[in-house]
Design a protein around this ligand. Sequence first.
Ligand code: FAD
Length: 320
Amino acid sequence: MYDTADVTIIGGGPIGLFGLYCAGLYRLKARLIERLDRLGGQLEYLYPEKPIYDVGGFPEISARELVERLKQQAFQYPAEVVTGVTATRVFVNEHGYNIETNKGLFPSRVVVITAGIGEFLPRRFGRAEIDRFEGRGLYYVVNQLRDFERQRVLVVGGGDSAADWAMAVADRAEHVTMIHRRETFQCHPDSLVKLQHHPRVSLWTNRAIHHILGDDMVQGVVLQTADGQVLPEPLAVDRIIVAIGLIPGTDIFRQWDLDFDGHEIRVATDMHTNRPGIFAAGDIVTYPGKVKLIAAGFGEVATAIEAARRYLETAVSTNA
Ligand SMILES: Cc1cc2nc3c(=O)[nH]c(=O)nc-3n(C[C@H](O)[C@H](O)[C@H](O)COP(=O)(O)OP(=O)(O)OC[C@H]3O[C@@H](n4cnc5c(N)ncnc54)[C@H](O)[C@@H]3O)c2cc1C
């Protein structure tokens, strides 16, 4: 059995790490639980080399560098960080909660959930004839940008992730074609303008992959329109990045009697969930106007930790 922490943060992504720093500011006895063996969440596991442009104070920073800086900032204060530990359930105890994990019980007075999208499950085509090219030129996760050096790249998807990947590889690739099955791209207008003006990028709407050409490696694609018309001319490509979304994997928290809206936990303006002493922040939460951005999550977790501190003070004065 572990000691009782003041605050236990569940999830060591960017928002959990910044939360750990905020807990340090208040000198709270903090613990962070992360299910994977490395910290950094989506940044570390899904896009370590991608540049990030929309975090205050950094005109451009790679995801991995941002994680390193968040760790530096958080580890200024003593904190217990346990990796390879998955929080599964929570039970009320005399001090607050016992968090049940695969490595035993972790008692804590308050809990802050920053578990993001839970597991990282990129949405796949689910068509064997396409998915068989994964690792052979087809990427659902990009770990190193050098794979795209002087390659002809196809990026599939119309949202921010797809646009970010197209921008990240555009300067090193021979050419980038970005396709989206809808009539318009949904990414930030600024990304769209930059891509439209990039000399080595082509943007095509109303296009989807019909099938991939190649025996062992990707050599090209045959495209189709949204109404299923197959285009006669194949497109020669060497690499395909698929950015059609992530499957939320937060179901483990459904057993916690939390108020869910879809795959996210509903929170009040102070990031309190419906359960006393359980707060949440980052991609896992929802409220009117929520945006899933790192910058937004930083503000939320600062609010959550401040609310947790006030909650702890009230609990002490009530018990006194
Ligand atoms: C390709 C891509 C590009 C992106 N680019 C940008 C960008 O440029 N700018 C931007 O602002 N945002 C971007 N985002 C979104 C950004 O990554 C997320 O908003 C951010 O990661 C959310 O942080 P988080 O800490 O809430 O969650 P996550 O990063 O998902 O981290 C949550 C952590 O909790 C852990 N966890 C989950 N369940 C448990 C459990 N039960 N027990 C213990 N640990 C658990 C997970 O393993 C994970 O490490 C991008 C996302 C993608 C996929």
